[in-house]
Write a protein that binds this ligand. Structure first.
Ligand SMILES: Cc1cc2nc3c(=O)[nH]c(=O)nc-3n(C[C@H](O)[C@H](O)[C@H](O)COP(=O)(O)O)c2cc1C
Length: 483
């Protein structure tokens, strides 16, 4: 019995053992080789040929339906001419291992500690990505891409990290932007999250200048994690990557604009975002689980291509896949935990559930005074521009299980007292329910027990649970609680 509504057994929280994994490379191929050696059961190697139209996504969905989230490596994807790796970030266990082997519950602290130890990149003359450099004969039809969903406009580059430098300060920025082929020399892309690249592009457009950018397609997972980080304007994600690696990010200069890109990346395209041009882009299966054509419709004119001779397509599964959601929310959760804990030390956890895409967050706390849960929720709702609903619970609730949080709501919350709604705030452009003017309302649900709560949780003694476990073992039934 593992249902939250079931009688309560005093918790002996499962603390997964640390599984050390050390990969000092900054190279995806080396990372995957080392990872497969250490955790062979966690990488599913598909040798059979598959199609490039939805087949990898379908496999990810079929595995997820079984509760499985292995990294996937495909040898033969129709028409790709290269191996395909995907689903790297779908499991928090795996992300913990990327960070040296911390258990999932330790990811936030480890991520924050490492990302704060920023290190400037180290410039090399060459690296794997300079294996093949072309500035003359650009033909983007040779860049591998797959179609993820039946509703997508076509094949998409989902793992496109765009690096640019601020036209005024020169400070660098890296962020993910879905991208598709527009012509043999042009890429259509979307800056809809209106983050720092959007800001730089707006500034360049004001100055009437094209914005030079480099698009990194495939690199070591820690570089990808840095690319997903949300940082104050002026903090360069390449320095954060150095922090995550514990060593300077090794970079080379792109041939045309001298942008510093990971030296051991798979593929890098370099060019400029046109200040004026707007082109068709989307629809694409987004993190909301909806196919979205909300796009800023930008155009990148590609001027050079760098690729390692044995480049792979390192893909990110789109839609509301575990991978897409984890990549965005792990840096965000980590940032939020740290911010909140500075002010509210009683916070014991923050979790963005997959069911809520990026719009819901759960926070657990030990309240030190009445009203604190409300204050915490308002803090979180104010800081995170995507959030619509925050649920606050007591620290004995397992935030990683939706049904526990729903149970806390069912039994602790009085709607007329415990719901706070704020309207007219900026929201995610991709929220299908958001108003035409781009604003959203936000809600805090206080599902903590509160000072006057007098319920007594039904309880089973640990000794009785041990007897039950032993009995099940004797009659050949699974002894471990079924999740
Ligand atoms: C896998 C993935 C795909 C993303 N795709 C897009 C996108 O297509 N357009 C966009 O504007 N933001 C996209 N984002 C969000 C930004 O890349 C992300 O918020 C980034 O942290 C913003 O960086 P910034 O703080 O430097 O602006 C994506 C994020 C992830 C993790």
């Amino acid at each position: 019995m593992n249902s939250p509504a079931a009688p309560f057994v005093p918790a002996t929280p499962a603390t997964p053992a640390r599984q050390p994994f050390h990969d000092t490379s900054q190279d995806f191929h080396q990372f995957l080789a080392a990872y497969r050696e250490a955790f062979p059961e966690d990488v599913l190697h598909i040798r059979e040929p598959v199609g490039a139209d939805q087949d990898p996504t379908a496999l990810v969905w079929a595995l997820a339906a079984q509760g499985r989230h292995p990294a996937l490596l495909f040898d033969h994807v129709e028409g790709l001419g290269t191996s395909l790796a995907t689903n790297l970030f779908a499991s928090r266990e795996r992300v913990g291992r990327m960070l040296g082997g911390v258990p999932p519950a330790g990811i936030h602290a480890e991520y924050q500690a490492r990302s704060r130890r920023m290190v400037a990149p180290r410039v090399l003359d060459s690296g794997a990505v300079t294996g093949h450099v072309d500035t003359e004969h650009i033909d983007l039809r040779t860049i591998p891409a797959i179609r993820h969903f039946a509703t997508d406009r076509g094949p998409y580059i989902t793992n496109a990290i765009l690096i640019a430098e601020d036209p005024d300060s020169g400070i660098g920025n890296a962020s993910f932007h879905r991208s598709m082929l527009h012509s043999p020399t042009e890429i259509a892309t979307s800056l809809h999250s209106r983050g720092h690249l959007w800001r730089m592009q707006q500034r360049a457009a004001e100055l009437g200048r094209p914005l030079p950018v480099a698009m990194v397609i495939g690199a070591h997972p820690l570089f990808m994690l840095a690319g997903a980080a949300r940082l104050p304007f002026g903090v360069d994600e390449r320095h954060v990557a150095g922090g995550l690696f514990g060593a300077p990010l090794e970079v080379v200069r792109t041939p045309r604009h001298g942008i510093l890109v990971p030296a051991h990346a798979e593929i890098v395209l370099e060019g400029v975002i046109d200040p004026e041009a707007r082109v068709d882009e989307g629809p694409f299966g987004e993190f909301t689980g909806y196919s979205s054509d909300r796009s800023t419709n930008n155009l990148l004119r590609v001027q050079s291509v760098m690729r390692r001779t044995d480049a792979w397509l390192v893909d990110v599964v789109g839609g509301n896949s575990a991978e897409h959601l984890n990549l965005g929310r792990i840096p965000r959760e980590s940032e939020m935990v740290e911010k909140l804990r500075e002010r509210f030390p009683g916070i014991t956890g923050v979790h963005y559930p997959s069911s809520g895409t990026h719009f819901h967050a759960y926070v657990a706390l030990r309240q030190s005074r009445p009203g604190e849960a409300r204050q915490v929720m308002l803090g979180l709702l104010g800081w995170d521009p995507y959030l619509k609903t925050v649920v606050a619970v007591d620290d004995d609730v397992d935030l990683t299980r939706d049904e526990e949080v729903l149970w806390a709501m069912a039994t602790h919350l009085q709607p007329h007292l415990d719901v706070v709604v704020v309207d007219g705030l900026p929201g995610s452009a991709l929220d299908p329910s958001a108003s035409g003017v781009g604003t959203t309302s936000r809600m805090g649900l206080d599902a903590t027990r509160g000072p006057n709560f007098d319920g007594v949780r039904a309880r089973i003694d640990e000794a009785a649970m041990r007897r039950a476990t032993a009995l099940l073992a004797r009659i050949g039934e699974p002894a471990a609680p079924v999740p």
